[in-house]
Design a protein around this ligand. Sequence first.
Ligand code: NAD
Ligand code: UDP
Ligand code: UDP
Length: 323
Amino acid sequence: MSLISKRVMVTGGAGFLGSHLCERLLAAGHEVLCVDNFFTGRRSNIAHLLGNPRFELLRHDVTFPLYVEVDEIYNLACPASPVHYQHDPVQTTKTSVLGAINVLGLAKRLRVPVLQASTSEIYGDPNVHPQREEYWGNVNTLGPRACYDEGKRCAETLFFDYHRQHGLAIKVVRIFNTYGPRMHPDDGRVVSNFIVQALRGDDITLYGDGEQTRAFCFVDDLIEGFLRMMGTPRTVTGPVNLGNPHEITVRELAERVLALTGSSSRLVFRPRPQDDPTQRCPDITKARDLLDWSPKVDLEKGLESTIAYFSDLLSTGGKARPR
Ligand code: NAD
Ligand code: UDP
Ligand code: UDP
């Protein structure tokens, strides 16, 4: 238990990352106000928290104002997988931009610190590798990913303008591909797709030749990074990259999943989505220096735990027990 108990608001708290964050905050002795419109979040992600008297759930869309009293804010509300954020792209941009304005307005009224879940997608299809925070990115403003990328870029701008103009304590983290239990089985992200395909014996779908790279961070490591970032002095605003710098190709990921599941699924090739970044890997020097943070869970261990979750989910027809 931490010495000082706070009332902490988590927007997007019923989602994949948000539910893990709520859990960690409760375990540290805080009160948690989870705000979610359940667009991609699921009640089952937080069902095990509902009986906790320090946990409160508010069904609310962050594109609308919200008047509550809290001591700290984590702003995670936004669909994160390309399939989900491209489903209603206008709403995606609204969620990032109007959501940031409302959350910042709330933080300004209460004079409380606010953390923004930004993303490696603000680097677009990067031509600098690995990506450092100083890199300004390469985003196609007109493409199908722009609703997410540009919304998140604008949110960062708003955070830094509220900081400069109104003296707000802001914390901006740029999250790189993160995976783990409670990912949505149908959200189309590569780790969940490959595991579900392998467990069902379906074909493993490699987009393009599978030689594009990503670096995958396990959820527990990422949440630790969030908490450390929130705990930094006022002068630390970020942006700070959070991710696991172990870079692999998508094909290698497929092979790892096949080996760990013992599946005999075949690899098949499908067209590469437009503007799909070719290479992505974080430079985490800043996170190491400022937060004394680096990922501890290697890919093998993280995949094993994620495979166990999906295995359970598939065998119980979608009602996974919390882990
Ligand atoms: P997720 O889709 O599981 O969670 C997003 C949550 O936000 C869901 O519970 C959803 O219902 C909620 N939400 C969406 N629109 C909302 C709105 N208008 N009002 C209120 N709630 C809303 O995704 P996730 O992977 O948990 O991502 C959480 C955050 O982290 C997102 O902001 C995402 O952009 C960021 N992020 C995640 C990753 C990753 O690899 N998981 C990488 C980069 C950034
Ligand atoms: N806001 C909110 N909750 C609050 C305070 C503000 O949702 O507790 C919203 C408010 O509706 C406004 C936005 O945050 O649209 C930005 O607030 P700010 O004070 O920066 O701007 P203003 O109200 O002056 O336009
Ligand atoms: N990908 C793939 N097969 C899938 C899903 C994704 O080959 O079934 C690829 C996708 O083209 C991308 C990488 O895996 O190059 C990561 O995709 P994801 O949607 O998980 O995350 P993001 O593109 O946002 O990094």
